[in-house]
Design a binder for this molecule. Structure first.
Ligand code: GDP
Length: 364
């Protein structure tokens, strides 16, 4: 559900489908309903929910993904009608981030976000689990822990809170280590470039293009916990670091923005931001503003930004022209074919601050 026009809703739904495919699902069909506000009981109206049930049956779907955040009771009520698992956009996005998190810090951040999402939904999930088991209570758990009784929920809640506190401490410690390394790099005058952009815009591909064969940083000074900080070189041989940030999506769940805050804040510290946009996307400008919104939230809106319009090999030339006219600092590239990459390297070299000292002493 969104307040915008039908077109907004359809764009958002298209993105949801792409996200579901990223998570490994095959998408059957989208259903849109015009209404003043979501139905408090079932999110969709009764009739529309029935229609959804028919689509589920006809296509043999096993999951319904809702493009909005569902209240726990709405999720349960809708599940009762469609008779398959119902999840919302936030749960889907959290799932994708969980699949993609590679570093220890990234994994901890996603787990924190998942637990924060789960906490207020504890009772809902518990109920639904016992119903799926046909209402029977699994044995062997002992008195007092059967079914979703208050005690059990209370116990789960306490466990989750303890885990959340631990994850927060861990993440804080990892951030301290990362900060120290970053300050070390800055102290010796190595400039840093951050890559930001929508999920699937081609950030990883670009990172690999700019750093050669995706070489991982070797030097002690560069060996950080986060494997996405890489070493790159300008055409005139100056060293800089290139770091990837989280992928952005429309309405990035607030739990995630919170969990990734320290990673995102790193963007605010960079000398240059490469804001990667998928030029072949139906709404690249929408992507740009969604990313800027999140960046503004963490103070990353004040650094020098270059809009890198990627996938120029398959994008509509008119769209490329339009973005270039509106964005003064922009360049069209293709991470796939390599088109425009040399120009991008030159651009980065021109935008980076000149080093105070010779940095090649750092290379072993
Ligand atoms: P990320 O999520 O932003 O890191 O995006 P990826 O680098 O994983 O790329 C997402 C998808 O877009 C992958 O399937 C890439 O192969 C594809 N891709 C990336 N760059 C280009 C490009 O320049 N042209 C085309 N046609 N596809 C690209």
């Amino acid at each position: 559900w969104s307040e915008g026009t039908l077109e907004d809703a359809e764009n958002s739904l298209r993105e949801l489908a792409a996200l579901a495919e990223t998570a490994g699902s095959t998408v059957l069909e989208g259903v849109v309903q015009r209404r003043q506000r979501p139905d408090p009981a079932t999110y969709l109206g009764k009739g529309k929910a029935q229609e959804l049930r028919d689509i589920v049956l006809a296509g043999g779907a096993d999951t319904v993904i809702c493009d909005g955040e569902l209240a726990p009771s709405q999720r349960r009520a809708l599940e009762d009608v469609v008779k398959v698992k119902v999840i919302d956009r936030t749960a889907l996005i959290l799932d994708i981030f969980a699949q993609h998190a590679k570093s220890r810090e990234g994994k901890a951040q996603v787990e924190l976000a998942q637990l924060q999402y789960l906490l207020p939904r504890l009772r809902g999930w518990g109920d639904s689990m016992s119903r799926q088991a046909g209402g029977r209570v699994a044995g062997g758990e002992g008195i007092g822990s059967r079914g979703p009784g208050e005690t059990k929920i209370e116990l789960d809640r306490r466990r989750i809170n303890t885990k959340i506190a631990k994850l927060r401490r861990d993440i804080k410690a990892m951030k301290t280590v990362r900060d120290t390394k970053r300050h070390g790099r800055r102290a010796v005058g190595v400039p840093s470039v951050a890559i930001a952009g929508y999920t699937n815009a081609g950030k990883s591909s670009l990172l690999n293009r700019l750093t050669g064969a995706g070489v991982l940083v070797q030097n002690q000074l560069f060996a950080t916990l986060d494997p996405t900080v890489r070493r790159a070189e300008t055409p005139d041989g100056r060293l800089y670091t290139l770091s990837d940030t989280v992928g952005f999506v429309r309405s990035l769940p607030h739990q995630l923005v919170e969990a990734f805050r320290s990673t995102l804040e790193e963007v605010g510290d960079a000398d240059l931001l490469l804001h990667v946009v998928d030029g072949s996307h139906p709404d690249p400008e929408g992507q740009i503003s969604a990313v800027r919104e999140v960046l503004a939230d963490v103070g990353g809106d004040s650094i020098k930004e270059v809009i890198v319009v990627n996938k120029a090999d398959i994008a509509d030339p008119e769209v490329l022209d339009r973005i270039r006219r509106h964005e003064k600092h922009s360049i069209a590239v293709s991470a796939r074919t390599g088109a425009g990459i040399e120009e991008l390297r030159e651009l980065i070299a021109a935008e980076l601050p000149k080093p105070d000292i010779e940095v090649d002493v750092l290379v072993p």
